[in-house]
Write a protein that binds this ligand. Structure first.
Ligand SMILES: C[S@@+](CC[C@H](N)C(=O)[O-])C[C@H]1O[C@@H](n2cnc3c(N)ncnc32)[C@H](O)[C@@H]1O
Length: 162
């Protein structure tokens, strides 16, 4: 099951994971900027020349995030719906952090083949296979696995195969 965190910032452990993963990528995207904390972690991890495009629907949050991300000239913050990321696709790293997007097949169209998708806020050991795990771990177009970010929270890492 996914723990929906009322749209707050990602936890420090996830931000550390994003920073590590970003180091091997050049065109990153983020669905759901919130206050810019996860985006800042990605921006810090990207290699020289790497870029991040991040999108936030809520105007107030986007304004806060704009200040948080101001030190990173390689970050573009879009204020709007996540589908607008299609203009900037494909990405080789995509952090999907809006609940509805986590099971939307349109997300895969934003990622190049071989690109990596990150989904956080997963609660380990659910009673059954939930829709998010069903989509990312049982999808023939994707190689997915799950890692713990804390003793009781996890993240899905999934590579687009086709
Ligand atoms: C869990 S928070 C994102 C946390 C952020 N990624 C981080 O690492 O700190 C989810 C955010 O997605 C935004 N959101 C919700 N629906 C959206 C949509 N359709 N398009 C873009 N952003 C959306 C919410 O306003 C909220 O700020």
């Amino acid at each position: 099951m996914e723990t929906v965190t009322a749209g707050g910032s990602s936890i420090a452990e996830v931000q550390a994971l994003l920073r590590v993963l970003a180091a091997g990528h050049r065109r990153a995207g983020e669905i759901g900027t919130a206050f810019g904390k996860g985006g800042a972690a990605i921006a810090q991890g990207l290699p020289p020349g790497g870029t991040l495009v991040t999108v936030e629907l809520d105007r107030t949050r986007a304004q806060v995030a704009r200040e948080e991300l101001a030190p990173f000239p390689n970050v573009r913050l879009i204020e709007g719906d996540w589908h607008e990321l299609a203009t900037y696709a494909p990405f080789d790293l995509l952090f999907v952090d809006v609940h509805e997007a986590k099971t939307d097949p349109a997300v895969l169209d934003l990622v190049e083949r071989g690109g990596l998708v990150v989904i956080d806020d997963m609660t380990p050991d659910p009673p059954g296979l939930d829709p998010i795990r069903e989509f990312w771990l049982r999808n023939p177009c994707v190689a997915g696995t799950e890692v713990l970010t804390t003793p009781d929270m996890g993240a899905i890492l999934a590579t687009r195969l086709s």
